[in-house]
Structures are given as structure tokens and as C-alpha cells.
Design a protein around this ligand. Structure first.
Ligand SMILES: CSC[C@H](NC(=O)[C@H](Cc1ccccc1)NC(=O)N1CCOCC1)C(=O)N[C@@H](CC1CCCCC1)[C@@H](O)C(=O)OC(C)C
Length: 329
């Protein structure tokens, strides 16, 4: 068995990617953000304060004949951007891309932080990290993918995120036609709950890859490519108008400046992110100053190959072989 779901950028900056998920009987369809950087499936629900839930699609367990309260279980989570949510837990049928998991832990939010209240395009997250990262207590729950893996044709999923166009999450199969290059595989480290790996080197503007390895994570739930300061400086030294903008908390540059590409080595392949993908968006509507897709990871303390990097590749999250595959798109 397999599953295939379309995913769409939430806005003109590709800030996040939205995928429709069906929960319960009859199906309640919610727009969720698939996040390989976390391991909880949680939703805005009938238990979320009305003031917080305003503008969001919500899940009502009471309207689902297959919903069951997981009594005594609670959850609480905080993300890298300091947003947070918490609540209690139900189990229900969850269908993604035509594949159903009958008894999935659906974490219902009784509290959500301001960022979630304001982000009305999503009604929650589907964590696609490793089960060890699940935040339900007293008994941690499995992710949707972990529950699905044993029934899928292959215990893997792929992410094909695209700039300003529809992409896909495929479960149980690899559609190699989505990529131009060969898939290079490298070991994945799931010990922290997310998909850790090591890139073997990098280069700016099509130069030869150096051999400076970069250890980081493949994170569909992070917008940017976040790397060490020395790499960020090496890149922006090639961008004449680049400067650090305190209010934007990042490097900005003239929108009409041609940006060099950025490449990294992984699994014997080279992934090249085009200059266009490294210009995220004008800092304000109509501004001629743009915000960089590559920024420093020093504040977060972990290197993150987020959506800006993932958009350049077809990425295979291979749980069965504990490995990550990357192919140029
Ligand atoms: C460096 S860690 C920061 C990361 N968040 C982000 O990358 C958010 C995502 C977002 C987009 C639109 C609206 C709201 C939030 N974007 C962000 O901080 N941006 C500021 C810079 O300009 C680009 C947008 C993050 O916390 N990712 C979470 C998932 C994320 C999904 C969206 C809701 C908030 C939580 C997760 O991947 C995570 O915590 O990863 C850990 C391992 C770092």
C-alpha cells in the first residue's frame, strides 16, 4: 500500500507547506503542516478556546463515531521558534493521501501560543520525526508514519517541496521522475527525534565542493536554511549589497541583486540551491530589500536544512534503512 498527498506553500514566501488531512468518521478535513522536526500530531479542536480557534478549521471528537478519549494522557510541546501548544489526547482514524491509520493518537489543543493563533492557514502539525520525540505522557504515542510504516509497500516517505507551486509527500514509494539527479543516501541519526545527517562539504556559486562537513537535520517544518556563521559569511561575501538587518534579525540585500547558488554534498551527490531559491521574499510588501533564505544557525544551536534547501531536492526519509536520500530536482 502507498499514499500520496499534495502539499502547497502557505504564502508568497513559502513560509510553510500545507497538506490536507482527514480525521474521524465522517471525515473532518484539516490543513496541517507536516514537520520532520517534531513527532506529535496535534490539532486545533472543539477544546481550543474559542478566542484562540477563531479563523481556524477545528477537529470535534464528539462528532466522530470512531473517536476515543485516551484517558489520562496529556501533551505539551515547544518548538524552535518558541511557539508552543498543549492539551489532551484522542485516538481516531487519520487518512493522509488515501492511506488510513485506524487508531492514530490525535492530540487535541486546549492551549496554543500566539503564533499559532495568528497562523490561521494551519490547524496543527503532523510530526514526521522519530517516535522517541513524541511528547505525550504518561505513555508516548507513535507518529502517523510510524503507525503506517509496517503496512506501506516500503517503510519510507519522500518530500517534494516546491517554490510557489504544488509539491507532494509520498508514502511507501519513491517517484524517481520527480528528480533530475541520482538519489544519494547517507545514514540518518534519529536519536534526538529528528532526521539528523552530515553533509560532506559545501561551495558557493558552482565552485568545487570543499571538505568541511556540516552536521544538521532535514526539517520540513523550518522555513530557512540555517548554517554556521562562517558558512553564512562565506556566502554573503559574494553578495555586494548584503548586510545584517537588526529589525529583520537576518541578512538582507537588494532584491534585484543576482544571488550565487549554494551547493552541499550528501550521499555522494551534490545538491545545488539556485540563487533564486535563496532570495526568500521582500522584507515588506513592495520593498526593494529582500530577506535571505540562508541565515545563521548560531541562535538555535543546530544546523537546519529547512524548506529553502529541501526545495532543491527530492528527499527520501527512509525509516527502514535509517537513512536519508537526496536527489537534485
Ligand atoms: C529554527 S526553528 C524555527 C522553526 N520555525 C520556522 O522556521 C517558522 C515556521 C513558520 C512559518 C510560518 C508561520 C509560523 C511558523 N518560520 C520562521 O521562523 N520564519 C522566520 C524567518 O523568516 C522565515 C519564517 C521551528 O520552530 N520549526 C518547528 C515546526 C514549526 C512549524 C510551523 C509552526 C511552528 C513550529 C520544528 O521543525 C522545530 O522546532 O524544529 C526544531 C528541531 C528546530
Amino acid at each position: 500500500q502507498t499514499g500520496s498527498a499534495n502539499t502547497n506553500p502557505s504564502d508568497s514566501a513559502d513560509d510553510e507547506y500545507i497538506t490536507s488531512v482527514s480525521i474521524g468518521t465522517p471525515a473532518q478535513v484539516l490543513p496541517l503542516d507536516f514537520d520532520t522536526g517534531s513527532s506529535d500530531l496535534w490539532v486545533f479542536s472543539s477544546e481550543t478556546p474559542k478566542s484562540s480557534a477563531s479563523g481556524h478549521v477545528t477537529y470535534s471528537p464528539s462528532k466522530s463515531s470512531t473517536a476515543k478519549k485516551l484517558s489520562g494522557s496529556t501533551w505539551s510541546i515547544e518548538y524552535g521558534d518558541k511557539s508552543s501548544s498543549s492539551g489532551d489526547v484522542y485516538t481516531d482514524v487519520v487518512t493522509i493521501g488515501g492511506f488510513s491509520v485506524k487508531t492514530q493518537a490525535v492530540e487535541s489543543a486546549t492551549k496554543v501560543s500566539t503564533q499559532f493563533v495568528q497562523d490561521t492557514v494551519i490547524s496543527g502539525l503532523v510530526g514526521l520525526g522519530f517516535d522517541i520525540g513524541n511528547q505525550v505522557s504518561p505513555r508516548p504515542q507513535k507518529t502517523w508514519f510510524s503507525n503506517a510504516a509496517s503496512s506501506l509497500a516500503e517503510p519510507l516517505f519522500t518530500a517534494d517541496l516546491r517554490h510557489q507551486e504544488t509539491g507532494s509527500y509520498n508514502f511507501g514509494f519513491i517517484d524517481t521522475s520527480l528528480a533530475k539527479g541520482t538519489i544519494g543516501y547517507t545514514p540518518a541519526d534519529g536519536s534526538e527525534g529528528y532526521w539528523g545527517f552530515t553533509a560532506t562539504g559545501y561551495s558557493v556559486g558552482g565552485a568545487k565542493l570543499n571538505r568541511n562537513s556540516i552536521t544538521g537535520i532535514a526539517d520540513t517544518g523550518t522555513t530557512l536554511l540555517l548554517l554556521p556563521d562562517n558558512i553564512v559569511d562565506a556566502y554573503y561575501n559574494n553578495v555586494e549589497s548584503a548586510q545584517y538587518d537588526d529589525s529583520q534579525e537576518g541578512v538582507v540585500f537588494d532584491c534585484d541583486e543576482d544571488l550565487p547558488s549554494f551547493s552541499f554534498g550528501v550521499g555522494g551527490q551534490t545538491i545545488t540551491i539556485s540563487g533564486d531559491l535563496l532570495n526568500l521574499t521582500p522584507i515588506e510588501e513592495g520593498s526593494s530589500t529582500c530577506f535571505g533564505g540562508l541565515q545563521s544557525s548560531s541562535d538555535i544551536g543546530i544546523n537546519i536544512f529547512g524548506d529553502v534547501a529541501l526545495k532543491a531536492a527530492l528527499v527520501v526519509f527512509d525509516l527502514g534503512n535509517e537513512r536519508l536520500g537526496w536527489a537534485q530536482k
